[in-house]
Ligand binder design. Structure first.
Ligand SMILES: Cc1cc2nc3c(=O)[nH]c(=O)nc-3n(C[C@H](O)[C@H](O)[C@H](O)COP(=O)(O)OP(=O)(O)OC[C@H]3O[C@@H](n4cnc5c(N)ncnc54)[C@H](O)[C@@H]3O)c2cc1C
Length: 429
């Protein structure tokens, strides 16, 4: 069975399919297990420019563009009045100055079809694993998965890459603890027609409400509307997702005038407890990528980017060493350790940035900048505005999220804001 793929991937979401395609392009074949149980709607519809750069490197941007809505930027609207409009043009030169809003199942199909064209074999099977804690390997496919994948006569993959998303198959089986975020929000979302969107076409709108925040993501012919509500407010808005979405759209002072002719054209989907990052992402014979490793928070849409970036990182590891890396357990362990460090750094940087958006600092920072410009018009305030906008844009698009300089700039400029009463007023509950 020397022809059985030496790498098995669990899950054909963005992380799994992209990784399989990237490896196939290097001549490394993988076997991808997917249960094909995805719901009709999936979150992960708003992409950031750093993803476009990855799609370009994969050579499939045109395929994604064909099914998507062009996204020029993002607007953040606070219920107390402040509006922040970010346009991705400000990262021109560093990243493509735009992104896309994607119908997620369609986006996943583009990646999967591309991998299939490159010869990747997909097996419809929910792969089970067997754990040998502390062993080498620490995880193996179970007998049913081996059989479904055509592994016979004792043949087994040498590396299992867990891209099973929020199922977190490997971490759960090994009892690996996950650090959970502070928030316990509940997200409900659905697709609508008939909602007015008074923004540039494709611009996403994130709105701060007294109970949490909402998203409006324009898609071809539809609008994805979602609410992210803190647990205390849930009962006030109804007993379930349908009632809560409806209540918000009917009563919110900003949204209700835009939604008089709305029609919900899908079921309502609910997500809870999504902020968590595993304490360990790899071990002998396995590694996790995308949501299977962790997810920060949806506010700035980093999820699909982290899924594709983790795929690109693992692919780069094999591009450097070739498939023979699988024959050197020590080197493989070192490389996987480096991969984990890098992914962890990404998660920390996104987490740090998202905190500014939750605790009111970014809105207060923006308000102060606008005030400075009004009170002291001229070169200095213009320069400060330019630098601040660029730093925030670089960080929120993925171009400069990891940059120590950007992080220091934002930290030092907004240090005093945490103590300011205004940041507290603007913070999300
Ligand atoms: C409320 C909310 C809003 C979000 N909004 C955005 C957004 O706007 N933009 C953004 O970029 N991200 C967003 N995200 C995050 C984004 O959805 C995820 O980060 C992204 O889908 C992760 O991709 P993945 O490939 O790691 O996992 P997934 O997309 O979850 O794919 C995993 C796949 O594995 C399959 N699977 C699971 N177990 C097994 C098994 N044992 N065997 C075989 N197959 C298996 C599943 O069926 C699935 O197909 C949001 C998340 C939440 C919670």
């Amino acid at each position: 069975m020397s022809q059985s793929p030496r790498i098995a991937i669990l899950g054909a979401g963005p992380a799994g399919s992209a990784l399989a395609a990237m490896l196939a392009r290097q001549g490394i074949q993988t076997l991808v297990y997917d249960d094909e149980k995805r719901p009709a709607l999936l979150v992960g519809e708003s992409l950031i420019p750093a993803i476009v750069a990855i799609l370009q490197r994969m050579g499939i941007e045109d395929r994604v563009a064909a099914i998507s809505q062009f996204k020029p930027g993002a607007s953040f609207i606070h219920h107390l009045g402040t509006k922040m409009n970010f346009n991705f043009r400000s990262v021109e030169g560093r990243l493509p100055p735009y992104a896309y809003n994607v119908p997620r199942p369609g986006f996943d199909d583009v990646l999967k079809d591309y991998a299939k064209e490159l010869g990747v074999k997909f097996v419809k099977h929910r792969a089970g694993l067997v754990a040998h804690p502390g062993g080498t390997p620490e995880l193996e496919l179970d007998a049913a998965a081996l059989e479904a994948g055509g592994y016979a006569n004792g043949a087994k993959p040498d590396l299992i890459i867990d891209c099973s998303g929020r199922s977190r198959t490997s971490a759960k089986l090994l009892g690996i603890h996950a650090a959970t975020g502070q928030r316990r929000d509940t997200a409900h979302f659905a697709h609508f027609t008939g909602i007015e969107h008074p923004h540039e076409p494709g611009q996403i709108a994130i709105m701060y409400h007294p109970w949490g925040w909402s998203w409006r993501i324009p898609l071809p012919d539809k609008l994805s509307f979602g609410i992210v509500m803190n647990p205390k407010s849930l009962p006030e808005f109804g007993a379930n997702g349908e009632e809560r979405l409806d209540r918000v759209l009917a009563t919110d002072p900003v949204l209700s005038p835009l939604t008089a002719h709305r029609e919900r054209v899908t079921d309502v989907y609910t997500y809870t407890n999504y902020q968590l990052i595993s304490d360990r992402a790899q071990g002998p014979g396995w590694v996790s990528a995308g949501d299977a490793f962790g997810f920060v928070d949806p506010m700035l849409s980093p999820g699909v980017f982290l899924a594709l970036d983790s795929a690109e990182s693992l692919s780069a590891m094999f591009a450097k060493h070739g498939e023979k890396l699988l024959d050197s357990p020590e080197r493989l362990a070192q490389e996987l350790g480096r991969y984990e460090q890098r992914q962890r750094a990404w998660h920390e940087a996104w987490h740090e940035l998202i905190e500014y958006f939750y605790d009111g600092r970014i809105v207060a920072f923006y308000e102060r900048g606008t005030q400075l410009k009004a009170d002291h018009p001229g070169r200095f305030s213009n320069m400060m505005e330019y630098i601040s906008n660029r730093v925030v844009a670089l960080m929120a698009t993925g171009a400069g999220t990891l940059s120590i300089w950007n992080r220091m700039y934002l930290k030092s400029c907004s240090k005093w804001l945490l103590k300011s009463g205004r940041a507290k007023e603007l913070a999300l509950p």
